[in-house]
Design a protein around this ligand. Structure first.
Ligand SMILES: [Zn+2]
Length: 407
């Protein structure tokens, strides 16, 4: 593509929450959006015009919660194999997941950790050799309390260290800190709460220490108390937040803390689990409850970011961003607001403001073109017509397709 070219968009949803605008013409210069105007049809002929007048354009998508070391497969043997994979094999698995993300128009992901720090190692060692046009923010290993949930994605602080001391001694090259402050959601008892893993003081000291290193903190927390403590500690994002309750939702809005509800995890359980099982029904009830919380959060003005938690059972890399977005819409969110949660709000969660997340003058021309008008966008966005990253078209080649079809 030439250094400078024009794009005619049938409709533009710019990621800021503004409603779709029909017929927009913008110039891409050196990878950035140089100008952006309503198309009038009276413009002079342009030599380099990319005609996407049958498409809706949205900013490149952002998944604010992924686990690159695992796929969403429900085949238990494959899952176990992935968990046991040495880094040599893990490189292929992670590459495949990144191709899956890119092929769905996902241009940035935030990894919530794995037990060996594979995703961080991949970012540091492999991306420099074989660059991919996807931005990865990685926690490395998450932190959990000794004997509590979190073994697959992290480790506890050593016995003689506080959480804050452990963070200050162990963090190397990671992009943020991930702390696990509750258990998982119960699939047998509705709304069952788990104790916080750390005290409020421990969490506050940990968040402060992370800040000293310039790192934001993402906290896994379900239930009233674990979420309340994480908010009071000043974390950057709350992950999951099932059953956190009204007061915590109001606190999130007041504190400007981002919520990543990962609601699709429950729908995926529902779809993956056996018919008539208690767990299947409970997954559905958990989902319905989370959708009610999302509706409330919207009315309170909580900043929500789309995070799929892909790598969980039935939650596949790439395609799950659309699924999570669809659940926000089901909870009553307008399309353009849901897109904002998967773009601009995601950029905020990842600390990428100004680099990606909106299609406005001066921003990189990173966009997904979907062959549909806005009412048909959601249905069609699983197979984008074109994906541009910083003004360059990204194309899946045949080998890539074979790679990600393996899973
Ligand atoms: Zn997770």
């Amino acid at each position: 593509m030439a250094n400078s070219f024009f794009v005619l968009a049938g409709w533009l949803i710019d990621g800021t929450g503004k409603p779709p605008v029909q017929k927009v013409l913008f110039e891409v210069k050196d990878g950035n959006i140089a100008s952006l105007d309503k198309y009038t049809g009276t413009e002079p002929d342009m030599a380099h015009l990319l005609d996407l007048s049958d498409c809706t354009l949205i900013p490149g998508l952002i998944d604010s919660h992924v686990h690159l070391f695992m796929s969403g497969t429900s085949n238990q043997a494959v899952r176990q194999n992935q968990l046991d994979s040495p880094f040599g094999k893990m490189k292929e698995i992670i590459s495949r997941h990144l191709y899956q993300q890119l092929s769905h128009g996902v241009v940035a992901v935030r990894d919530g950790g794995d037990y060996a720090g594979h995703a961080l190692r991949y970012k540091l060692q492999c991306l420099s050799l074989k660059p991919l046009p996807i931005l990865i923010k990685s926690a490395g290993l998450a932190w959990h309390a000794p004997g509590r949930y979190g073994r697959l994605i992290g480790r506890p602080p050593l016995q003689w260290l506080s959480l804050a001391q452990a963070i200050s001694q162990c963090e190397k090259n990671n992009d943020h800190v991930k702390i696990v402050n509750s258990g998982l959601n119960s699939l047998t008892e509705f709304g069952k709460v788990t104790r916080p893993q750390f005290s409020r003081e421990e969490l506050s000291a940990a968040v402060k220490t992370a800040k000293r290193f310039g790192l934001k903190t993402m906290v896994h927390a379900n239930g009233v108390l674990p979420v309340k403590q994480a908010i009071e500690a000043g974390c950057h994002t709350i992950e999951h937040g099932f059953f956190m309750g009204k007061d915590n939702l109001k606190r999130l809005a007041e504190a400007g803390i981002i919520w990543v509800p990962t609601a699709f995890t429950m729908q995926a359980y529902y779809q993956s689990l056996g018919k008539g099982s208690v767990e299947k029904d409970m997954a559905l009830r958990n989902l319905e409850h989370q959708l009610e919380q999302i509706s409330l959060a919207m009315s309170y003005g909580v900043c929500i970011a789309v995070g799929s938690d892909c790598g969980s059972l039935g939650v596949h890399h790439g395609s799950s961003v659309k699924e999570e977005l669809g659940l926000l819409i089901r909870a009553g969110m307008p399309l353009e607001e849901a897109i904002k949660c998967a773009t601009l709000n995601g950029a905020r969660a990842l600390g990428l403001q100004g680099q990606t997340g909106s299609l406005t003058i001066g921003m990189p021309a990173t966009f997904v073109a979907v062959k549909a008008d806005p009412p048909g966008l959601y249905e069609a966005m699983g197979s984008p017509e074109k994906i541009f990253i910083r003004g360059e078209q990204w194309k899946k080649d045949h080998d890539d397709r074979q790679l990600y079809d393996l899973l």
